[in-house]
Design a protein around this ligand. Structure first.
Ligand code: ANZ
Length: 801
C-alpha cells in the first residue's frame, strides 16, 4: 500500500460516485424514511469561499450520518443566479450578466464537486434559467389571484450624479456607493407582495419550529407586533380628526402636542388653514431627500415645523395643543401621527426641549432631567391619578372608547414586500398594461415571459428598467382584448427566486407544475436546513410567507418550509479578523484542497470550533488534521489487522466512541466528535496487539461522514464489499459503556471550590456546562466574567476570573 495521497484518491472516488450515482435520491425507497437535508444554495459569484465550504462540509457530514442511519436522504444543490452582483461584475469585466453567470456556474460546480458531498446533481436548480423562473412567475400569478399583489407609489433610491436607480445595498450612509453623491428618493409605481396579511401567522407559527432562539427573536422583532390604542384627536374649530396610535395611553394627560408625518394626508386637506403653509411645504419637500434610516436615527437631530393656526384637542382634558409636522414620524407605521408625551418619551423630550414646548410629568419615577419611559403611578391625570400605569392604560383606553374616540389596535412593524426592481438581470414581472383594461396578468399558458438578451443592460436614468428600451420586449397584446399593450419592465427582487427553490428540488425537471403534488409530499417540509445566520430575517421570512400563501391556495399541504434550522458560524482569517481581500487574509479553499486534500479541509473545518460559532483558520491546525488522516492510513498500511471479528480488548472505548460520535454529529458538535475519533485512534495505536478487523471497520465507518474519500479507499483496499457510504452506521451496546464515575474538582482562580461526580470520559463542553450550573460556582461568580477555563480531563476544571 502506497503513501496517503489525497490528490489521487479523491478525484478517483468522486468520479466513481458520479458514475455509480449512489447519491442520487430516489423519491421512495422501500423500508426507508425520506430525509430532506438542505444547505443554502450559493450565489453564482464565481468563487466558492471558505464560508460556503464550512456550510457545505458540516451539512454533508450530517447528511451522511442520516444516510448511514438508514434514511433515504436528499441533499440537493443549485445556484441563486439573478441579481445585482452579476450586473455589477458584468459592467466591470465588460461582459454580459448571462455570460458571466454561466461561466461562474461551470466553475463553481467543479469547486462544489471537490468537497466530495452527497449532492444529487440531477436535481440542480438555477434560478436564472427559464425552466425555473417560469415557475417564479407562476407563483407571482398565484399571489396575484389571491389578492396578495398590488401596485403602489414607493420611493426608490436615485443617484442624481450617476443618474441611476440604486438598490438599498448601494446606498451607504445616504450617499451613492460609487460617487458618494447624496442619494435622493424618487417616487415610482412599483409592485408589492402583501406579506403583512400573514404577519400574525408568521409570528405565531414560529413557536412550533426547531430553530435557534436568536433567529426566532429576530423574526419576531422584524414582524414587530405592537398592541395599543388608536385615539382620535379633534382639530379645534372644525370636524377634522387626527387619529394617533399609542402603546402608552396611560400618558395621555401628559400629551402636550401632536406630530404628523410629512406624508400625512392632513397636510393636503383644503379645510385646514395653515398660516405658514409655504414654510411647511418646504419642510415636506426637504424631507423627501432623507432616507428612512436617517429619519429614525437616534443620532440625527429631530427637526419639525409647527402648523401655525392649527390646534388639536386632547380628548382627556379638552386642552388645545399645537400640531407639528416632523419627519421622525413615519407615515407607514400606525396612523402616521403621534401624540407626543415629552415627559415619558425620549424623542418627544428632545423635540420639546428644542422647540420650547411644555412638559407635563404624569408618572412617578425617573430622574429630574430627561424622559422617564418606565412604568409607575399616575400623577396629574384627573380621575386616573394614583392608578398604576399598566392598569391605567386599559382603563383610559376603554373610557375613551365609550365616548367613541378610541379603539384597541394591533400594528406590525412588518411592511409589505417591495418586489419591483428597475434592473435588467432578474425575472420579468408577468404583467401587461393595456390602456383599456389597465394592468392584466399574463396568462399562465404564456409563461415564461422570457428575459431577452439585450446589449445595454445598465441601469437607466429614468427610474426604469433597461428593458423599457427594448421594443421587442415591451410591445405585446392585452390578454383581455388582444389590443396593443405593453409589458411591465421591472424585474423581481432576487429574494423572490430564493423564496421557493427548496420546493423545486423535489421535482426540478417538471415542466407541467412547479413540482408534482406527490413528490412534494414525499420530501417536504425540509427536515434540516443549514445556512448562515445573516439570512435570519429576509430569506427565511419570505420563504415562510410563500409557503403559507401556496398552502392557502391549495398547492401544498404544509405551512412551514423548514422544520429544523441551524446556522454555521463564521470562519475568520489566520489573523483572527474577518476575511477580506484588502487585508490579505483570505483563505482560498481550492489551494487548501490542492495542498492537503478535501478530506483534511472538511475535517479541519469541522474540528476548528463549535459549528455554530466558527473560528479562525489556523494553518497548523489543518496540518494536524492531515497528519491524523495519515495516521489512519498507516494503521491499515503498516500495522495491518488480524482476521479476528470481535472488537477485541478495546470494546468499551469503541462503544463509547460510537455513542459519542452519533450524539455529537446529531447535534452538530462536529469538533468534539472528531476529538473522540482522535482519542480512539490513539488508544488503538497504543495497544501492543494488532487490531482486529472489526475494530478498524468501525473506525472507518465513524470517520466516513467526515472524510469520505480516504475511508472509501481504505474500505476498498481492505477488501470489504460495496461502498463504505452504503453501509449501516455502527450501533453501540449500552451495557458495555457504563461509565466509571470520577470526582471532578472545580477550582476558581486555582482554589478548590467544589467537587462534582461525573462520567470519567466527560468532555470539556459538558464539564463546563455542569460547572456553571453549580450553586457554589454561581454564587462565587455572580456578575464576574470568566476570562479563561482550564480543563484537565478526568481531573479538574479551573475558572480564571
Ligand atoms: C405616545 C407615547 C408616550 C408613546 C410614551 C411612547 C411613549 P412601538 O412599541 O414600536 O409600536 N409612534 C406611533 N406611530 C409612530 C410613527 N408612525 N412614527 C414614529 N413613531 C410612532 O411604538 C409605538 C409608539 O411609537 C407609540 O406610542 C408612539 O409613541 C410612537 F410615553 O405614543 B407613543
Amino acid at each position: 500500500m502506497k503513501d496517503y495521497n489525497p490528490q489521487k484518491i479523491e478525484k478517483k472516488w468522486q468520479r466513481s460516485w458520479k458514475t455509480s450515482g449512489i447519491y442520487q435520491a430516489q423519491d421512495r425507497v422501500d423500508g426507508k424514511d425520506n430525509f430532506y437535508h438542505l444547505v443554502m444554495f450559493p450565489y453564482s459569484s464565481g468563487d466558492l469561499h471558505i464560508g460556503h465550504w464550512y456550510n457545505f462540509a458540516g451539512g454533508d457530514v450530517y447528511a451522511r450520518l442520516k444516510r448511514m442511519q438508514g434514511k433515504n436522504v436528499m441533499l440537493p444543490i443549485g445556484f441563486d443566479s439573478f441579481g445585482l452582483p452579476a450586473e455589477n461584475a458584468a459592467i466591470k469585466h465588460n461582459t454580459h450578466p448571462k455570460t458571466w453567470t454561466e461561466q461562474n456556474i461551470k466553475r463553481m460546480r467543479k469547486q462544489i464537486e471537490s468537497i466530495g458531498g452527497i449532492y444529487d446533481w440531477q436535481r440542480e436548480v438555477i434560478t436564472c434559467h427559464p425552466g425555473y423562473y417560469k415557475w417564479t412567475q407562476w407563483i407571482f400569478l398565484q399571489l396575484y389571484k389571491a389578492g396578495l399583489v398590488y401596485r403602489d407609489r414607493v420611493p426608490c433610491n436615485f443617484c442624481p450624479s450617476c443618474k441611476t436607480v440604486l438598490a438599498n445595498e448601494q446606498v451607504v450612509e445616504g450617499g451613492c456607493e460609487r460617487c458618494q453623491a447624496q442619494v435622493t428618493q424618487k417616487e415610482v409605481e412599483q409592485w408589492l407582495f402583501k406579506i403583512t396579511d400573514y404577519a400574525e401567522t408568521l409570528l405565531k407559527d414560529l413557536e412550533e419550529l426547531d430553530w435557534p432562539e436568536t433567529t426566532k427573536t429576530m423574526q419576531k422583532n422584524w414582524i414587530g407586533r405592537s398592541e395599543g390604542w388608536q385615539i382620535n384627536f379633534k382639530v379645534a374649530g372644525n370636524n377634522i380628526e387626527i387619529p394617533v396610535f399609542t402603546t402608552r395611553a396611560d400618558t395621555l394627560f401628559g400629551c402636550t402636542y401632536l406630530v404628523v408625518a410629512p406624508e400625512h394626508s392632513l397636510l393636503a386637506d383644503p379645510r385646514l388653514k395653515i398660516q405658514n403653509s409655504s414654510f411647511v411645504r418646504k419642510y415636506i419637500e426637504a424631507s423627501k431627500n432623507k432616507t428612512e434610516r436617517e429619519r429614525i436615527s437616534e443620532i440625527t437631530e429631530k427637526t419639525g415645523v409647527e402648523l401655525r393656526g392649527i390646534k388639536a384637542v386632547n380628548p382627556v382634558n379638552s386642552r388645545e395643543i399645537p400640531v407639528f409636522v416632523a419627519d421622525y414620524v413615519l407615515m407607514h407605521y400606525g396612523t402616521g401621527a403621534v401624540m407626543a408625551v415629552p415627559a415619558h418619551d425620549n424623542r418627544d423630550w428632545d423635540f420639546a426641549k428644542k422647540y420650547n414646548l411644555s412638559i407635563i410629568k404624569v408618572l412617578s419615577g425617573g430622574k429630574k432631567d430627561g424622559a422617564y419611559e418606565g412604568e409607575g403611578v399616575l400623577l396629574n391625570s384627573g380621575r386616573f391619578t394614583g392608578m398604576r400605569s399598566e392598569t391605567a392604560r386599559e382603563r383610559m383606553g376603554q373610557w375613551l372608547q365609550q365616548r367613541g374616540v378610541s379603539q384597541k389596535k394591533v400594528y406590525y412593524r412588518l411592511r409589505d414586500w417591495l418586489i419591483s426592481r428597475q434592473r435588467y438581470w432578474g425575472v420579468p414581472i408577468p404583467m401587461v398594461f393595456c390602456e383599456k383594461h389597465g394592468w392584466q396578468p399574463v396568462e399562465e399558458n404564456d409563461l415564461p415571459v422570457l428575459l431577452p438578451k439585450i446589449k445595454d443592460f445598465r441601469p437607466t436614468s429614468q427610474c426604469r428598467s433597461p428593458l423599457a428600451n427594448s421594443k421587442e420586449f415591451t410591445e405585446t397584446v392585452c390578454p383581455q382584448c388582444k389590443g396593443p399593450a405593453r409589458r411591465e419592465t421591472d424585474t423581481m427582487d432576487t429574494f423572490v427566486c430564493s423564496s421557493w427553490y427548496f420546493l423545486r428540488y423535489a421535482d426540478s425537471g417538471n415542466n407541467e407544475r412547479f413540482a408534482s403534488a406527490s413528490k412534494l409530499k414525499d420530501w417536504l417540509p425540509v427536515d434540516m436546513y443549514i445556512g448562515g445566520a445573516e439570512h435570519s430575517v429576509l430569506h427565511l421570512l419570505y420563504s415562510r410567507f410563500i409557503t403559507k400563501a401556496l398552502e392557502k391556495a391549495g398547492y401544498i399541504d404544509f405551512s412551514e418550509p423548514f422544520s429544523s434550522l441551524r446556522h454555521q458560524g463564521i470562519i475568520f482569517g489566520p489573523d483572527g479578523q474577518k476575511m477580506s481581500k484588502s487585508k490579505g487574509n483570505v483563505v482560498d479553499p481550492d489551494k487548501q484542497v490542492k495542498k492537503h486534500g478535501a478530506d483534511a479541509v472538511r475535517m479541519y473545518l469541522c474540528f476548528m470550533g463549535p459549528y455554530n460559532q466558527g473560528g479562525h483558520w489556523n494553518p497548523n491546525g489543518i496540518v494536524g488534521v492531515y497528519r491524523f488522516l495519515n495516521r489512519v492510513w498507516q494503521l491499515f498500511s503498516v500495522q495491518g489487522f488480524t482476521e479476528n471479528n470481535d472488537t477485541g480488548k478495546q470494546e468499551k472505548i469503541i462503544h463509547q466512541t460510537i455513542k459519542k460520535i452519533t450524539e455529537d454529529i446529531e447535534s452538530l458538535r462536529f469538533n468534539t466528535a472528531i476529538s473522540a475519533l482522535m482519542i480512539l485512534v490513539n488508544e488503538l495505536s497504543s495497544c501492543k496487539e494488532k487490531f482486529t478487523k472489526n475494530e478498524l471497520r468501525i473506525l472507518l465507518l465513524l470517520l466516513a461522514p467526515f472524510a469520505p474519500h480516504i475511508t472509501e479507499e481504505l474500505w476498498f483496499q481492505s477488501g470489504w464489499q460495496g461502498s463504505i457510504h452504503c453501509q449501516k452506521w455502527p450501533k453501540y451496546d449500552s451495557k458495555l459503556i457504563k461509565e466509571e464515575k470520577i470526582q471532578l474538582i472545580i477550582q476558581i482562580n486555582g482554589k478548590v471550590r467544589d467537587r462534582i461526580e461525573v462520567d470519567s470520559g466527560i468532555c470539556r463542553e459538558e464539564a463546563e456546562e455542569l460547572t456553571f450550573k453549580q450553586k457554589k460556582v454561581k454564587n462565587r461568580l455572580s456578575g464576574k466574567t470568566v476570562k479563561k477555563v482550564v480543563f484537565v480531563p478526568g481531573k479538574l476544571i479551573n475558572l480564571v476570573i
